[in-house]
Design a protein around this ligand. Structure first.
Ligand SMILES: [Fe+2]
Ligand SMILES: [Fe+2]
Length: 277
């Protein structure tokens, strides 16, 4: 797309737009001359409310893309389908896997998608499930499964496929949206469980565009060891990224560090934040 606007619809915190609400989750609307994409849907408590407060008509959204199968990115799909009609939904086939966060105490919390595939299809979700990098609108791509190449992005050790915490969950379904703009690539991230640097390198390789203008969304750096944050800062500096817009699982402490490291480039991307390119 030659020009785009990304608006954060669901996020843990809100900005100055009157009457908007926060929730633990993420959703963003991409609008451009080639169409519009809703990327993630939050938990389901704030998507429709915040879209209305920001005068965004989600009935007109061309398609939905889901970054991965966690509830805080997929739970809003049901209210979206109920209120805004049937939608094409792009995702990885593993979004329906069982998912748990297992605490140090042994307590396990189910964190997977709260509805099964047949139910969502019955409610109007026209799923297109693929593991591959693909173009979903002109100049707009989904990364598909991201190869894990860096040594320092090891994933969140508290995430499991079973409630007893025996089988680690590598989140193979985690993917990001990549938009080709005149200024370079813009990457829109859900939780980026695949690792921010892994995701950036995969996007550069698959598009053949080496310039990265912006990253926006959840980085999961808030759940990573300090060494990973430091290595990520070095990689971002080497890439010369112009906008680093942290949301959701980036967390307060890592956001503060990124602001200190990148005072001109870092912006907290909460509900109502817009990025244009
Ligand atoms: Fe998340
Ligand atoms: Fe997640």
């Amino acid at each position: 797309m030659s020009s785009i606007r990304i608006t954060i619809l669901c996020e843990n915190t809100v900005g100055p737009v009157s009457g908007t609400l926060g929730e633990h989750g993420f959703a963003a609307l991409v609008e451009g001359d080639g169409g519009s994409v809703l990327f993630d849907t939050g938990q389901g408590d704030t998507l429709l409310h915040n879209a209305l407060r920001m005068n965004r008509d989600l009935r007109r959204v061309d398609l939905v893309a889901l970054s991965h199968g966690h509830y805080d990115h997929t739970g809003g799909l049901l209210p979206l389908l109920r209120n805004c009609g049937a939608k094409d939904v792009h995702a990885h086939p593993r979004i329906f896997s069982r998912r748990y966060r297992v605490k140090d105490t042994g307590e396990s919390i189910p964190i997977g998608i709260p509805y099964d595939e047949a139910f969502l299809r019955g409610m109007g979700a026209r799923f297109s499930l693929s593991e591959s990098f693909r173009e979903i609108l002109p100049g707009v791509f989904l990364t598909g499964e991201v190869p894990r190449i860096t040594g320092f992005e090891k994933g969140d050790a508290a995430l499991f496929c079973d409630d007893s915490g025996c089988s680690a969950d590598p989140l193979p379904d985690d993917q990001s949206l990549v938009i080709r703009t005149k200024q370079g690539l813009v990457l829109l991230l859900g939780c980026c469980h695949a690792g921010l640097v892994n995701t950036i390198e995969w996007a550069r390789e698959k598009t053949g565009e080496c310039r990265v203008f912006a990253v926006i969304g959840g980085t999961h750096l808030g759940f990573s060891p300090p060494g990973q944050v430091d290595s990520t800062v070095t990689a971002l500096r080497n890439l010369g990224i112009k906008r680093i817009c942290g949301s959701h699982c980036t967390g307060f402490a890592v956001s503060a560090k990124l602001l200190r490291e990148f005072p001109a480039e870092f912006h907290p991307a909460n509900v109502g934040y817009t990025l244009e390119a």
